[in-house]
Design a protein around this ligand. Structure first.
Ligand code: HEM
Length: 324
């Protein structure tokens, strides 16, 4: 059964965290606790960490960790198979951000499985497709120049504060149609939500983000413009307007997905370039190759992982239990 995006319900399958919640069908020789995202060797050198996973661990192993237990697929062919079979490996509930079960919403489009997924993607694809992003190039260059002008005469810069965080937020605000005066506040909320490591601070940040986005959505419903918040607030699927929860889940997902990912990736890339000046020289010497260079830097230094929830076994077992 596909999920009903207009009537969100928290997923009912079990969430397992910790060694005492490893299900009995997991073979003991496949159980690991490798520490993806937090082990000292991951933090010291994530690329080497993943090379080691490829060479020292089974291609598919059951990882037990404080954020939740999960099977890890480290080979390309397995990952591709998982991503291409949403009828077995679902997006529903695959996003790690907790929500109030009594006021649940889906992060859209990420948590919607095909074929429904396409209907939501169609709403924003004109903005986020390569052609859509190309239209933003002039604005993005202007914003980058504006920031660089503020430190160019100093000959040095604290990259994260002066460029790495403000640039993505400025671009994001522009795309979304939200005021640039919110820049520092958005940075603060995103940092509290994703980097405070405190559930209390995360909860407070989420409450502030929710209140702000709900009022921004109401404003755009009353006064449409050409930003993405307005686009989503006025969008339709299957000939009906999106529900309030769909609009909120969509805008909120873009907030979470579009901010920290870019801060973090930019920081990683610039630290790498600062430590490897010969790469910068290579880039300067071959400016026509910049697209390939950027592609490779993104591949090497981007953050976040894809997750899916195995539903077929779970749903089949539940149906069998219900039937008898
Ligand atoms: C370097 C920066 C970024 C990284 C590393 C990144 C990474 C990811 C990853 C890993 C996924 C999940 C893919 C999956 O499991 O299927 C995803 C999905 C998504 N991201 Fe990003 N992202 C970045 C920037 C952005 C930005 C700037 C936006 C928009 C403002 C954005 C919007 C989305 C959307 C809408 C999806 C859901 C796609 C779908 O379900 O069709 N991302 N991103």
């Amino acid at each position: 059964m596909p999920i009903d995006a207009a009537n969100p319900k928290p997923p009912t399958y079990p969430r397992r965290v910790g060694m005492d919640q490893v299900p009995p069908h997991v073979s003991p020789d496949l159980i690991r606790s490798v520490g993806i995202t937090f082990a000292p060797d991951f933090l010291a050198n994530p690329q080497q960490f993943f090379i080691d996973l490829q060479t020292k661990q089974p291609p598919l192993f059951y990882d037990v960790g404080p954020m939740g237990n999960a099977w890890q697929a480290t080979k390309h062919a397995d990952a591709l198979h998982i991503l291409r079979h949403p009828e077995i490996f679902s997006n529903e509930g695959a996003t790690p951000f907790p929500r109030d079960p009594n006021d649940y919403f889906y992060f859209i489009p990420q948590e919607i499985d095909p074929p429904e997924h396409r209907k939501y993607r169609n709403i924003v694809d004109p903005v986020f497709s390569p052609q859509g992003v190309l239209k933003l190039e002039g604005k993005i260059r202007a914003l980058a120049n504006e920031l660089i002008d503020q430190f160019i005469d100093d000959g040095k810069v604290e990259f994260t504060e002066a460029f790495g965080r403000p640039l993505p937020v400025m671009v994001f605000l522009d795309i979304m149609g939200l005021p640039q005066s919110m820049r520092d506040t958005f940075v603060e909320w995103a940092m509290d939500l994703l980097h405070s490591n405190s559930r209390e601070i995360m909860g407070e940040a989420m409450a502030k983000i929710t209140a702000y986005l709900k009022s921004a959505i109401a404003e755009k419903k009353a006064n449409p413009d050409d930003g993405v918040v307005s686009l989503i607030a006025h969008a339709e699927v299957d000939g009906r307007p999106l529900s309030d929860k769909e609009v909120f889940g969509f805008v909120c997902f873009l907030f979470i997905g579009g901010l920290d990912t870019v801060f973090a990736t930019l920081n990683n890339v610039w630290l790498y370039l600062a430590r490897n000046p010969q790469i910068v020289e290579e880039m300067k010497a071959d400016p026509d190759n910049i697209n390939a260079q950027v592609e490779e830097l993104l591949r090497l230094w981007s953050v976040t992982f894809s997750g899916r929830v195995v539903i077929r076994g779970y749903r089949t077992a539940r149906r069998a239990a219900q039937e008898g």
